[in-house]
Structure formats: structure tokens, C-alpha cells
Design a protein around this ligand. Structure first.
Ligand SMILES: NC(=O)c1ccc[n+]([C@@H]2O[C@H](COP(=O)([O-])OP(=O)(O)OC[C@H]3O[C@@H](n4cnc5c(N)ncnc54)[C@H](OP(=O)(O)O)[C@@H]3O)[C@@H](O)[C@H]2O)c1
Length: 390
């Protein structure tokens, strides 16, 4: 029996946890009505692959499939040779991780890629040739004019029925645009000034480990060992650790500029951005100033537009000094927005502060939403909040 078959068998044996009914069949629990309706609508199950299943983003898919009742019929977990033999525990059952190969996608209908740009470039063509819809979290194809770059709440219209490869935007671009795009209804946006405060999880499982270990070493009075970050990470922050171009911008900043323009279809949008890595384990934050073409909208209008925007939650309690934090955002699907205020230095500008769990909305959740959109799945029923600890 191939590992693929054994994975499918395990899923069956584990009573197809993905149909959601398993959770509700426990004594005393009844399926929510919305979930029952949803399952009728998505009776056909899909064969799914996750490339990068052992990574920080990949791991999120495994819980999201269940939380969003994604109709997984068979699941293929793919990673590098390093993970050969590893087994991931999914709802009490182990599924073997298999090193990726060009033939890994035979029979796969939807493939989620989260293993870096070079793996995407190598394996997206065979996956598409095998008939899979590829949703790619890497930067490999984002700026390809033929590839939709999609945040479903903002530019769902970019996905066409024939698209077989769809890119998930950079996590900081998603954070910024989820907070900014709803304000387009209040006036033409001319310029964004953004500073990010990016967590270790944005650099993957290894950077999270590094932050944890260095913090322990410093607290124990030891000199922390240098790791993948260019600077000491614990009790420190540093300019985003990606190469700097000749204009003086690092790769992350450049992605934010270009991807914001592509997603909004606004080639003239001016974006000034500084990306910084901070010693937060999970969830990115951003300070954003939005300049409008005319007078700035009122704070109340901004608050109302954001409160009505899907996927956004406003936390803006001036009296209690309570605003979004990365800890509040950790494990949450919504992007949190607050500190909504006039920019007193500019008559056309509004400032705000936003946080998101970028492993979710900045990566895996956005990817899954794209798949739901491309496959024409009905909106999943109301979901319990994720509860991943930071
Ligand atoms: N972290 C974020 O917040 C975030 C947000 C948006 C997009 N992304 C993108 O998502 C991707 C994954 O990021 P991550 O943070 O999850 O990184 P990660 O924690 O380092 O995980 C990387 C994954 O890729 C696999 N991989 C690495 N080299 C491979 C190879 N040669 N062949 C097959 N698989 C290989 C790893 O498998 P092994 O365990 O076997 O090494 C692991 O499963 C990247 O493209 C990243 O840019 C990340």
C-alpha cells in the first residue's frame, strides 16, 4: 500500500474527521443547523495535498480543514526528505509525511503550497499538469500578470473559472489591505505610510524556535547563540531580514508595495513602508497612515466602514486604552484594527493600528478561502474561534 493510500485509509478509519459530523456525533452534541446544510451542499469530497505540511503555515491547514469543514476526502502530506518517516497526528490519527516528488500530485484535486518559492516553481507545473488547483503561499508567482493574487474579501473578482494557479499575497500586504481596502468607499486613497512589527512566526518554525531558545538563554544569564536572524533576537528588534535592493528597501517592503498595487488594481498608489522584525512569537502588527485624495473621512466613518468589513474586528476603546495587540490577534481569523484617529499633521490622512495572526489570515486561512472561492463552495457555517496558543 502506498503512503498515499495509507493516508486515505487512515482518514477513512479515523471516520473522515473532515466531514465535521464526527465532532457532533459525540453524546449530547448536535450538529449546528448551518453545518448540516453546509455538508449537504458539499457532499463531494476532494483529494487534497499540503506541500510544506511540517512547517509553521502547513500545520495551520490541518486544523483549518476541520474548523472550516473543508471537504477533504484524502490528504497527502508533503515536505522534504528531512521529514521522511515523520507522522503528523491529526484528530488522534497519524498520517505519514512523504518527501515531495513531481508525481506526488497525481490524483490530487487541490494542492496548498507552503514550502518556499523554489519548491513552488519546481512543483506547481507538475501539480497543475496532474489536474490540481494550486494555491501558492510563496512569492514565486505573485507578480506574474497571469496569476491572480487574491484576498477574497477584497478582490474575489480576480479569480476566473479557468484559473489553476492562484497566489496568496505576502502576509504584511494582507494585514495592511484588510485594514485599508474597506476605506476605499470613503474616498480615493493616494498614499499609505506603513511600519510593520513582524513576529518570529513570519520567518517559519525555525525562527520561532530561535526566539524561544534565545529568550531562555538570556533569562538564564547566558550569551544567546546566533542563529538564522542576523542580529540577536531575544529582547531586540531588527530591520526585516531579507536582502536590500538598490533603492534601500528590503524584499519584504518591496513585496508590500508591489502587491498592494496589484491587489487593489491601483498602479499609482504610493506606498512608503518599513518592515521590522520584533520579538513577538506569533502575529504581525502594522501602524498605517492613509492619505486620501480629498479631505480625510471622519473617524466615525472610518470606524463604521471597518466594523462592517468582513474579516475585520474593530478594537478601539480609548477610555480603557484597549487596542489590538499581537497576543489578542493570535489564533484569531479576524484582522484586528484600532487606534483610529485623524493624522493631525495632515488634513487628508487617517492613522490606525492593525494586528493579524499572519499564519492564519496572512497565509493558511487566506489560502483556504481562495480554494473555497475557486471551487464555488458555499460559505462555511459560523466558526468557533481558533484557539492556538501564541
Ligand atoms: N510564516 C508565515 O507567516 C508565512 C506567511 C505567508 C507566506 N509564507 C510562505 O509559506 C511558505 C512556508 O513558510 P513557513 O513559515 O511555514 O516555513 P517553515 O516553517 O520553515 O516550513 C517550511 C516547509 O517547507 C518544507 N520544505 C522546505 N524545503 C523543502 C524542500 N526542499 N522540499 C520539500 N519541502 C520543503 C519544510 O519541510 P521540512 O520540515 O521537511 O524541512 C516545511 O514543511 C514560505 O514560502 C513562506 O514564504 C509564510
Amino acid at each position: 500500500m502506498s503512503t498515499w493510500e495509507s493516508s486515505s485509509a487512515l482518514l477513512k478509519e479515523s471516520h473522515a474527521p473532515w466531514d465535521g459530523q464526527a465532532v457532533y456525533n459525540k453524546p449530547g452534541r448536535r450538529p449546528p443547523q448551518a453545518a448540516v446544510g453546509y455538508h449537504k451542499a458539499v457532499e463531494r469530497k476532494l483529494s487534497v495535498a499540503v506541500l510544506g505540511a511540517t512547517g509553521a503555515v502547513g500545520g495551520e491547514f490541518l486544523t483549518l480543514f476541520e474548523r472550516r469543514h473543508f471537504p477533504v476526502g484524502g490528504l497527502r502530506l508533503l515536505a522534504s526528505e528531512r521529514s521522511a518517516g515523520k507522522r503528523l497526528l491529526i484528530r488522534g490519527k497519524e498520517i505519514a509525511v512523504v518527501p515531495v516528488a513531481p508525481t506526488s500530485f497525481d490524483g490530487v484535486e487541490v494542492a496548498f503550497f507552503s514550502a518556499g518559492a523554489s519548491r513552488s516553481r519546481e512543483f506547481a507545473p507538475p501539480a497543475m499538469a496532474a489536474g490540481a488547483l494550486v494555491i501558492d503561499n510563496s512569492s514565486a508567482f505573485r507578480m506574474d500578470p497571469g496569476v491572480p493574487l487574491v484576498i477574497p474579501e477584497i478582490n474575489a473578482h480576480a479569480v476566473g473559472p479557468k484559473d489553476r494557479l492562484i497566489a496568496v499575497p505576502n502576509c504584511s500586504a494582507i494585514l495592511v489591505l484588510m485594514a485599508v481596502a474597506p476605506l476605499r468607499a470613503l474616498g480615493r486613497i493616494e498614499r499609505l505610510v506603513v511600519s510593520t512589527y513582524q513576529s518570529a512566526s513570519g520567518g517559519g518554525a525555525a525562527l520561532m524556535r530561535e526566539l524561544r531558545e534565545q529568550t531562555g538563554e538570556v533569562l538564564a544569564g547566558r550569551e544567546p547563540r546566533a542563529g538564522i536572524a542576523p542580529d540577536p533576537y531575544a529582547f531586540n528588534l531588527f530591520s526585516h531580514n531579507t536582502p536590500i535592493n538598490e533603492a534601500g528597501y528590503n524584499e519584504e517592503e518591496w513585496k508590500v508595495i508591489l502587491e498592494c498595487r496589484k491587489i487593489l488594481g491601483a498602479t499609482e498608489l504610493k506606498v512608503n513602508v518599513t518592515c521590522v522584525r520584533v520579538p513577538v512569537l506569533r502575529a504581525h502588527s502594522a501602524s498605517i497612515t492613509i492619505e486620501f485624495a480629498g479631505a480625510a473621512p471622519t473617524e466615525d466613518a472610518v470606524r463604521s466602514a471597518l466594523a462592517a468589513a468582513p474579516g475585520v474586528r474593530v478594537i478601539d476603546d480609548r477610555a480603557a486604552n484597549r487596542f489590538p495587540t499581537p497576543l489578542l490577534a493570535s489564533g484569531q481569523d479576524d484582522v484586528l484594527v484600532g487606534r483610529i484617529r485623524r493624522d493631525l499633521s495632515h488634513p487628508s490622512a487617517i492613522s490606525l493600528f492593525a494586528c493579524t495572526d499572519q499564519l492564519l489570515k496572512g497565509a493558511a486561512l487566506n489560502a483556504l478561502q481562495i480554494a473555497e472561492l475557486a471551487l464555488g463552495l458555499p460559505q462555511p457555517p459560523a466558526l468557533p474561534p481558533a484557539s492556538t496558543p501564541p
